[in-house]
Write a protein that binds this ligand. Structure first.
Ligand code: GLY
Length: 315
């Protein structure tokens, strides 16, 4: 029997105890990852995931999420999903109920979520709306301006959207996508990722969190890995898969994470923001890396009373 463990990126601490409770009861890594991420998605204090996630350039919250199972490399994801507060559960449903597909986006993802009976919700909270208005410097009287940027024509809209992305700088404190990786008593390994994506992104933008190999990869032979931060870099570098391939060659977990980030850092990128990565092996070893000091990840084993915070190594 394998000793269960669950790990997560910054701000997963609210969800990990729920995932570990599933594992302690003999539940599956898949159930544990979903349980942990749903709590994170429902955390209104978190503006990078689920309800209260920061919106796109038109003021609409669009969520990406994915899940990957190590033994089968089964993968399910949704991207640019509007109106559904728990995209991780819809991603899981894509994997389990629509196995002829892996990824659904936008309207199709919402149609599928509706057919599955998932509840809808208003995802833009007062607080996330305020942060958006401040970023756009919209006057209080022009609250609806956020939804009318496109009326000046496509070219003007595109320039406005790109300017917004250029202006965005992460606030102080932990930010970004949430990754949860779990190993259950049967030895199954699962990786889940959930995000509201790049704040003020161009509508329809899909990040690494929804795409296999980029923000999420899990292969029971070697390990699982997931990314947070600048998704366009991990899309271009295939970062999560790069980590797992290095584990397959026998690299130490932290070294595999550091080297994958170093590879992504060689790419030219005018919008550079930090990329971070986490990994967990089928024998329970874990580690993470980031581009600068101070970044952490959380770990729970069956004996943990609460998440233990570990430093990530620096690329
Ligand atoms: N890493 C999340 C994103 O870029 O959307």
């Amino acid at each position: 029997m394998t000793a269960p463990v669950i790990i997560g990126s910054e701000r997963s601490e609210v969800g990990l105890p729920h995932g570990m409770a599933v594992l302690r009861d003999g539940g599956s890594a898949l159930d544990a990852v979903e349980a942990a991420l749903r709590v994170c998605e429902d955390n209104l204090a978190d503006h990078y995931v689920g309800t209260s996630g920061l919106p796109n350039a038109r003021g609409v919250v669009e969520l990406d999420a994915s899940v990957m199972v190590g033994s089968s490399r089964a993968f399910g994801a949704v991207a640019a999903l509007q109106g559904y507060p728990n995209p991780i559960s819809v991603a899981r449903a894509v994997m389990e109920r629509l196995p002829q597909h892996c990824v659904l986006v936008g309207e199709g993802a919402a149609t599928f979520a509706d057919e599955c009976g998932f509840e809808t919700a208003e995802l833009l909270t007062e607080e996330s709306r305020r942060l958006f208005r401040e970023a756009l410097q919209l006057e209080e009287a022009n609250v609806e301006g956020e939804r009318t940027l496109g009326l000046q024509g496509d070219r003007a809209y595109r320039l406005a959207a790109l300017e917004l992305v250029r202006r965005f700088a992460p606030h102080d404190g932990p930010w970004g996508t949430i990754n949860v990786l779990a190993l259950d008593a049967s030895g199954e390994l699962v990786v889940g990722v959930s995000t509201s994506g790049y704040p003020w992104k161009y509508p329809g933008r899909v990040g690494d969190s929804a795409l296999p190999g980029a923000g999420n990869w899990c292969d029971l032979r070697y390990g699982g890995a997931a990314c947070t931060g600048r998704g366009e870099l991990s899309l271009r570098a295939g970062t999560a898969r790069t980590v797992v391939e290095a584990l397959g060659r026998g690299d130490d977990v932290e070294r595999a994470c550091r080297d994958a980030l170093a590879d992504a850092a060689t790419l030219p990128d005018d919008f550079r923001a930090e990329l971070r990565v986490l990994a967990l092996t089928p024998d329970g070893r874990h580690g993470g890396a980031a581009g600068s000091p101070g970044s952490t990840y959380a770990v729970m084993t069956a004996d943990s009373a609460e998440p233990e915070i570990h430093p990530r190594s620096v690329r």
